[in-house]
Design a protein around this ligand. Structure first.
Ligand code: NAP
Length: 529
């Protein structure tokens, strides 16, 4: 017998937690179903060595409760995974959310019942019916593990950064291969290199990385933030990515600046560390010439840092900076000065296969004791499509999204009434401070449900016309930037066979204004019944 509730939330990461809190306050009966054994979502799964956030701790945290943000103390400028997980647990306990979370349970599918106006939700531990379903499944959840030939033949240990053993791994004395040089690899490599006897880094595309300049959180800075936390949150929400207002966005153009002005500004921000670098000039992500200036400055830093000129050259990216997500590191480039660390270029001669002893690339076998897959995710759509969602007339999400994700405001898919996607494709999502985007979406969804209830209505659904126009708009905005100009996971290019569509929408403030305007205008673009 299915259990009846008002709202079912898929996932108990930061999105799921805040949804439960808001739904409860609205008087809804709500339950979150979580595959993991605890809360935390991405911070529950990504336990690889060196895992930490690349948005500063005082900004990567909830703003919805003044007492919460005043009482929590972050120990570092950029919190490491265990501390962020502890924060998620604290939020769950503080707001007594655990009683409505079912852990170790996977949502298998959900079918829309048009007569009852409810979703029938199947899990591997029983069934539910709910008026509303929210996919709070996270954007970087479904693991991408390339299906190399011979994978089963390797006799050593294999790991994926996003499914790291809870007990940790000691690589002391081992020969280790790391596949990938994205954000996860760039954080893990310096730490694995300290332990391993030999480390082989298999690089297909070099990534731009800027020093994080992490360290203990300065008490004076923490006090200043807390003295005006609401002000900081408000200013951050005016930034394109919902964070970084303290370092600001320089309105000047890199193209018209003199070489001296450019270098001074890049250097100043390089010393600050982190994403401040991308705010050096206003045209970095829209003008190829401006972008090349910012890119070349990083290449110069790489050449200054890495002693072996051939290795330095291999580490220098050629794609526009920020086209793939920029990385933050602590000692990444310096790691390649260790005699035990070897960079293996697999751009032209890809990894061919695994063997019992290791892996073959470019015709050379590299014998190792362990292989670390730092190969990323089937981003943004992977976790949503892993659930067998069937909307009106049994239409599958796989059919609805066969040519790429279609939705309105990134929030609702036509033909799937009362089903919301949190921070999904078509919204700023991964281009932003995720917690800000989560709060914006949860507040919008909660208000929409309240509006239905107050009006004695039962369903809300995006119209196909509004969704088609929205997809066109997202593509148009992206095409005005350099984001779609390389093979990134933003485009789905990292997963063989995935439709190539630029998924996130650049520009948080304009997006939030649009969502609020839609709500004010009686949810135009949605049909309410
Ligand atoms: P990723 O950025 O997608 O990096 C995956 C890496 O694996 C890339 O270097 C990719 O090369 C390589 N790769 C994939 N398939 C391969 C193959 N068949 N052969 C050789 N190399 C292959 O994944 P990620 O590092 O896990 O990061 C994903 C996102 O998660 C980040 O962009 C960021 O948004 C988020 N993240 C954030 C943090 C943080 O907050 N600090 C930390 C980790 C992750 P190509 O580039 O050539 O495809």
């Amino acid at each position: 017998m299915a259990q009846e509730i008002d709202a079912l939330v898929v996932g108990a990461g930061f999105g799921g937690l805040y949804l439960l809190h808001r739904f409860r306050a609205l008087g809804l009966s709500a339950v979150a179903i979580e595959t993991g054994s605890d809360v935390g979502g991405t911070w529950y799964w990504n336990r690889y060595p060196g895992a930490r956030c690349d948005v500063e701790s005082v900004e990567y945290s909830f703003s919805f409760d003044e007492d919460l943000q005043q009482e929590w103390h972050w120990s570092e400028r950029y919190a490491a995974q265990p501390e962020i997980l502890a924060y998620a647990r604290h939020v769950a306990d503080r707001f007594d959310l655990r009683r409505d979370i079912r852990f170790d349970t996977r949502v298998l599918g959900a079918d829309w019942d048009d007569a009852a106006h409810r979703w029938s939700v199947r899990t591997d531990a029983g069934d539910w019916t709910a008026r509303f379903v929210v996919m709070a499944t996270g954007t970087l959840t479904a693991v991408n593990r390339p299906d190399f030939p011979g994978l089963g033949e390797f006799t050593g240990a294999t790991y994926h950064t996003a499914r790291w053993p809870e007990a940790g791994v000691d690589f002391t004395g081992q020969r280790v291969a790391v596949i990938g040089t994205g954000s996860s690899a760039i954080q893990a490599i310096p730490i694995i290199a300290e332990q391993a006897a030999e480390l082989f880094v298999f690089q297909r595309t070099p990534t731009y990385s800027v020093p994080a300049r992490n360290g203990p959180l300065d008490p004076a800075e923490e006090a200043a933030v807390k003295a005006d936390y609401a002000g900081l949150r408000m200013r951050d929400r005016q930034m394109p990515g919902g964070f970084g207002s303290r370092f600001g966005w320089n309105d000047a153009s890199a193209v018209t600046a003199t070489p001296e002005e450019r270098d001074a500004e890049y250097e100043r921000r390089w010393q600050i560390g982190g994403f401040a670098y991308l705010g050096a000039f206003s045209d970095t992500i829209i003008d190829p010439v401006a972008n090349e200036h910012a890119s070349e400055f990083v290449r110069r830093k790489i050449r200054e840092t890495v002693h072996d000129p051939a290795t330095a050259e291999l580490l220098c990216p050629t794609q526009p900076i920020a086209c793939k997500r920029m990385c933050l590191d602590t000692g990444y480039y310096e790691t390649f000065n260790r005699p035990t660390v070897h960079l293996v270029d697999v751009s032209a001669a890809p990894i061919e296969r695994m063997t019992a002893a290791g892996l073959i690339a470019g015709g050379v076998e590299h014998a190792v004791d362990a292989i670390v897959f730092a190969t990323g995710f089937d981003a943004m759509t992977g976790a949503v499509m892993a659930v067998d969602l069937r909307g009106r007339s049994g239409v599958s999400i796989h059919d609805a999204w066969a040519a790429g994700p279609v939705n309105y405001l990134g929030l609702m898919v036509p033909g799937f009434p009362n089903l919301f996607v949190l921070t999904g494709p078509g919204s700023p999502s991964v281009l932003t401070n995720m917690i800000v985007s989560i709060e914006e979406h949860v507040d919008w969804i909660t208000d929409a449900i309240a509006r239905l209830r107050d009006g004695g209505l039962e369903t809300i659904e995006a119209t196909p016309e509004a969704a088609d126009a929205w997809v066109e708009y997202v593509n148009l905005v992206a095409s005005l930037t350099l984001y779609p100009s390389c093979n990134s996971w933003y485009l789905g290019a990292n997963v063989p066979g995935k439709p190539r569509v630029f998924m996130p929408l650049p520009g948080l403030p304009a997006y939030v204004d649009k969502c609020n305007e839609v709500a004010r205008n009686g949810y135009e673009g949605f049909s309410l019944a």
